[in-house]
Ligand binder design. Structure first.
Ligand code: INI
Length: 170
């Protein structure tokens, strides 16, 4: 539990997660092979962030799937297994000249969200949806940071938050 910040003085208490993985926290990364050149950078960023934020490498499981379309099903299966405290979903949907992008991007977002809500296991969304390869490169460890790393940090925070909510009986 963190200190009560002045801006929130009207709240009786404030709960938030730390950016440190609780001891023994188990993470899964579900990553697509489609747009592998980009997604490998997201995986590198996620693994690096998990380790820097206290996760044990031997408690991180990486599962590869063909494309973004397949990400939600595997996230859902892993979440329901009860063997992971959080999952990081990583893929890249890059707009082409057809409506295909819209179908895949919409379904991966909806599917990941519903897998998390149905299971109660946090699944962070490190799925790039970009108009161009350049935009994807920018978000995979260059100009605009690394969205795999950002998603991994969000997963760590959610595991920590879950533990603090449990301690508070919530
Ligand atoms: N999968 C992606 O991860 N990104 C894409 O940009 C993409 N596009 O554009 O086609 C893509 N398609 C494959 C899809 O995710 C499935 O793997 C495939 O349709 C088989 O089910």
């Amino acid at each position: 539990m963190t200190d009560i910040h002045d801006d929130y003085a009207q709240a009786g208490r404030q709960l938030e997660g730390a950016l440190v993985a609780p001891q023994g926290a188990r993470f899964a990364i579900v990553a697509s092979r489609f747009n592998n050149f980009i997604v490998e950078r997201l995986i590198d960023g996620a693994l690096d962030a998990l380790t820097r934020h206290g996760a044990q490498r031997d408690l991180v499981t990486l599962v590869r799937v063909p494309g973004s379309w397949e990400v939600p099903l595997v996230c859902s299966r892993l979440a329901k297994s009860g063997k992971f405290d959080a999952i990081v979903a990583l893929s890249a949907v890059i707009r082409g000249g057809t409506p295909h992008f819209d179908y895949v991007a919409t379904e991966v977002a909806k599917g990941v969200a519903s897998a998390a809500l149905a299971s109660g296991v946090p699944i962070s969304f490190g799925v790039l949806t970009t108009d161009s390869i350049e935009q994807a490169i920018d978000r995979a460890g260059t100009k605009s940071g690394n969205k795999g790393s950002d998603a991994a940090v969000a997963a760590v925070e959610m595991v920590s938050l879950a533990s603090r909510l449990s301690e508070a009986g919530l």
